[in-house]
Design a protein around this ligand. Structure first.
Ligand SMILES: Nc1ncnc2c1ncn2[C@@H]1O[C@H](COP(=O)(O)OP(=O)(O)O)[C@@H](O)[C@H]1O
Ligand SMILES: [Mg+2]
Length: 250
């Protein structure tokens, strides 16, 4: 059984074809990066895997099931702009929300629960547990939502640009946490613009431009030709040189 599977998945929004006949799959315990320019369809892939939108044609499966039947096993964190950050909730409140399914809506705020503590420890936010989420840095907010997903007991983590706008240390911490989850057998699908971060850490890269340009291990997929087909134009040649420098330096 595959952890995630897209088979000729096409997604239209009215007259826009967001994704055309996308096919790729991964076994569990892998990190998969979705890379492509804005509007390429990265968020759309994550939303199909999360069961939030259905493919217009083709098939999408998560843990061998229709995505609408995997609730509780799949954690989805939306792109930053889609989250309302001003809720007067603390870090602990948000993480404890991961328990709603198990404990019921009226008990989730009774959050002195070892699952919450374990999740907070894993993302290194124990010391900030009482802090309001609106008062956190971007990286800490991402880790809070990751902890909520961990608390929920997710097997598959769908993360939409979680490292966008983070400074280098915050990015490193987040990627380390994701590696830990992967090593526990979880599957992580992450949209990102940070190609260099995917080189050494991710198992698979999917290059997307409203279709699948390439899918496979990063060192095979991140060729200048594939990148040019994904991003278009010649700007990418320069980028690729930078990429190699960054990869050595990392
Ligand atoms: N709800 C929607 N209604 C209409 N068009 C949409 C909607 N969501 C996304 N799109 C379009 O689908 C395409 C893919 O978008 P998206 O999946 O958000 O790409 P990415 O995350 O790679 O930037 C874009 O052309 C976008 O404008
Ligand atoms: Mg997006």
């Amino acid at each position: 059984m595959y952890a995630i599977e897209l088979e000729s998945a096409t997604l239209r929004y009215d007259d826009v074809v967001a994704l055309r006949e996308v096919t790729f799959r991964s076994e569990a315990g892998k990190m998969i990066a979705l890379i492509g320019p804005n509007g390429a369809g990265k968020t759309s892939i994550l939303k199909m895997l999360a069961g939030l939108v259905k493919p217009t044609s083709g098939r999408v499966k998560v843990l061998g099931k229709d995505p609408s039947k995997t609730r509780g096993l799949v954690a989805y964190t939306p792109q930053r702009e889609e989250v309302y950050w001003e809720y007067p909730l603390t870090v602990r409140d948000v993480v404890a929300m991961g328990n709603i399914r198990r404990r019921g809506v009226f008990r989730w705020l009774d959050s002195h629960d070892s699952r919450v503590d374990t999740a907070l420890r894993l993302v290194m936010l124990e010391d900030l547990a009482s802090r309001k989420i609106s008062e956190l840095s971007g990286g800490q907010q991402q880790r809070t939502f990751l902890a909520r997903a961990i608390c929920q007991g997710g097997e598959v983590y769908l993360l939409d640009e979680p490292i966008a706008g983070l400074d280098a240390p915050s990015e490193t911490i987040l990627l380390e946490i994701l590696k830990t989850l992967r090593d526990q057998g979880k599957t992580i699908v992450m949209a990102t613009h940070d190609i260099s971060a995917t080189l050494e850490i991710f198992d698979y890269v999917a290059l997307i431009r409203n279709r699948l340009v390439a899918f496979g291990p990063p060192k095979e997929v991140l060729t200048s030709e594939n990148l040019a087909n994904t991003y278009g134009g010649s700007t990418i040649a320069l980028h690729l040189d930078d990429l190699e420098k960054v990869a050595k330096w990392r």
